[in-house]
Ligand binder design. Structure first.
Ligand code: AMP
Ligand code: ZN
Length: 121
């Protein structure tokens, strides 16, 4: 039987988290997106938000992903609100490709907060 599911990369750690094959500390979930605590946090609160569909990065989105990307940003805001980050503020980052040091090749947004963050550069 062919077990390949469309939009899922069987070698991808974030696809594995999205399908609950790999455990993660889930903070928020919507129909097409899932948010979990980063395993190696870079701030007091560090959440990673991913679409359940495997897309490499913003460099890999197509016209068919327009609604999904929009939902992702909406859910980023909902997750941050849920985590109590609204009042003091937070930072949202998505790394794209080598120059940004993207390690996991599955589109994701970092939500960083819970403390005063350093300047970007
Ligand atoms: P990036 O450098 O933008 O690709 O970030 C990937 C992020 O995913 C890093 O901050 C990692 O600490 C995080 N990460 C990798 N594997 C896991 C995992 N299994 N559970 C939670 N976070 C992870
Ligand atoms: Zn993936």
């Amino acid at each position: 039987m062919n077990e390949e599911v469309e939009g899922v990369d069987s070698d991808c750690i974030f696809c594995s988290i999205a399908s609950k094959r790999t455990e993660a500390d889930i903070a928020h979930e919507s129909k097409n997106a899932i948010f979990f605590h980063d395993i190696s946090p870079k701030a007091a609160v560090h959440i990673v938000g991913i679409p359940k569909k495997h897309i490499v990065s913003l460099a890999g989105i197509g016209e068919e992903d327009r609604e999904l990307v929009s939902e992702m940003i909406f859910e980023v805001a909902r997750a941050a609100r849920k985590l109590g980050l609204n009042e003091e503020g937070y930072r949202v980052i998505t790394n794209v490709g080598n120059n940004a040091g993207q390690e996991v090749k599955h589109l994701h947004w970092h939500i960083l907060g819970g403390e005063r963050l350093g300047a970007l550069n």
